[in-house]
Design a protein around this ligand. Structure first.
Ligand code: SF4
Length: 281
C-alpha cells in the first residue's frame, strides 16, 4: 500500500499485513477485512463535533461529485452570503498537496466543515431557488441540490425557529430526526448517515460508492446496485466501535487500491479473501 494515503487522524502505527487464506463466511470475512484495514491503515479517529447543518449541506453538495467540487460550491455560497459573525473556522485544516492546492485524495467533508466559515443560513433560506442554484453550480446538479438545501433549511427552521440541525436532532431524537430528514427531497440514507458520523462521531458505516463497490466485490453482500440495501445488510455485521473506522478506511482503500476501474489486486492485502481477483472490473 502507498505509505501516505490520507491525513485523517488515526491511531496505531500502520503495518503491511495481508490475508493468508480465504474465509467462506461473509461475516467472518468482513471481520478479517476490518482487522487488515486497521492494521494497514490505522484506526480512523473522529476529529470532534462539527455543526450538523454545515456538514449536511456539504454532504448534499457532494452528491454525485467529488469533495473538491462540493467544497468549491460551498465556498462560493459562503462568499456570496457571508455569516454576520464568524464562527472561528480554521482554514489551515484543509489538506494541501506539495503545490499548495487542496489535496483531492486527503480532502474530506469534515475538513471543509472545520475550515470554511458557513454562509448566513437565513439569507440562503430566503433566496429564490434559481439564485441558490447559480451560487452552488460548481458542485453540479444545481437545480436538485438547491431544492434539497432549501427544503432542509425550511424544515430545520420549522422545527427549531432557527437554523440549527443539532437543535432539531436534540429536540426530536435521533430516530425521529432521521425519519423526518429522509422525507425531504434529495436527502437519503447516505446523506443522513454521513452527516451523523462527521458531525457527531456516530458509529455508523454510511454506504457511498466506494463502500458499496468494495463490500460487493469482497462478497460480503450481494446487492447489485442497491446501496440502501447494502447499508441495511452491512450495519448489523460490523462489530461495535468499528463502523466509523470501517467507513473511512474503505473510502481510502477505494480511492487508492480497490478503485472502480482496474483495481490494483496485485498490491491488495485482501486478495486472498476476495472472490473477484482476476475478474473484469
Ligand atoms: S483483490 Fe482486487 S477487487 Fe478484491 S478487494 Fe482487493 S483490489 Fe478490490
Amino acid at each position: 500500500m502507498p505509505a501516505r494515503l490520507t491525513k485523517l487522524k488515526r491511531t496505531g502505527a500502520p503495518k503491511a499485513i495481508a490475508a493468508s487464506r480465504p474465509i467462506a463466511d461473509p461475516r467472518k470475512r468482513l471481520h478479517r477485512v476490518i482487522e487488515l484495514l486497521e492494521a494497514n491503515l490505522g484506526l480512523p479517529v473522529w476529529d470532534g463535533r462539527k455543526d450538523a447543518l454545515e456538514v449536511m449541506v456539504l454532504t448534499i453538495l457532494s452528491q454525485n461529485t467529488t469533495d473538491p467540487n462540493a467544497l468549491r460550491g460551498y465556498q462560493t455560497l459562503a462568499a456570496a452570503l457571508p455569516a454576520k459573525s464568524p464562527t472561528g473556522k480554521r482554514p489551515e485544516t484543509l489538506p494541501r498537496d506539495a503545490a499548495g492546492n487542496v489535496d483531492k485524495v486527503a480532502l474530506r467533508l469534515s475538513n471543509a466543515a472545520t475550515a470554511v466559515e458557513p454562509p448566513d443560513w437565513d439569507a440562503v433560506a430566503r433566496l429564490p431557488q434559481g439564485e441558490l442554484a447559480n451560487l452552488i453550480r460548481a458542485a453540479g446538479l444545481p437545480e436538485s441540490k438547491s431544492g434539497s438545501i432549501l427544503a432542509l433549511l425550511h424544515w430545520v427552521h420549522e422545527v427549531t425557529g432557527r437554523y440549527s440541525l443539532d437543535a432539531a436532532i436534540g429536540k426530536l431524537g435521533l430516530d425521529a430526526s432521521m425519519e423526518a430528514l429522509g422525507k425531504l427531497k434529495g436527502i437519503g440514507v447516505k446523506t443522513i448517515t454521513v452527516t451523523l458520523i462527521e458531525a457527531t462521531g456516530a458509529d455508523m458505516c454510511p454506504v457511498d460508492t466506494h463502500v458499496h463497490r468494495i463490500v460487493n466485490r469482497l462478497g460480503i453482500v450481494d446487492t447489485g446496485s442497491n446501496r440502501d440495501k447494502t447499508y441495511v445488510l452491512l450495519g448489523p455485521m460490523i462489530p461495535a466501535g468499528h463502523a466509523y473506522g470501517l467507513h473511512h478506511n474503505l473510502l481510502t482503500f477505494g480511492r487508492t487500491v480497490c478503485v472502480a476501474k482496474n483495481p490494483r489486486c496485485e498490491a491488495c492485502p485482501l486478495r486472498k479473501l476476495c472472490p473477484r481477483v482476476g475478474l473484469p472490473s
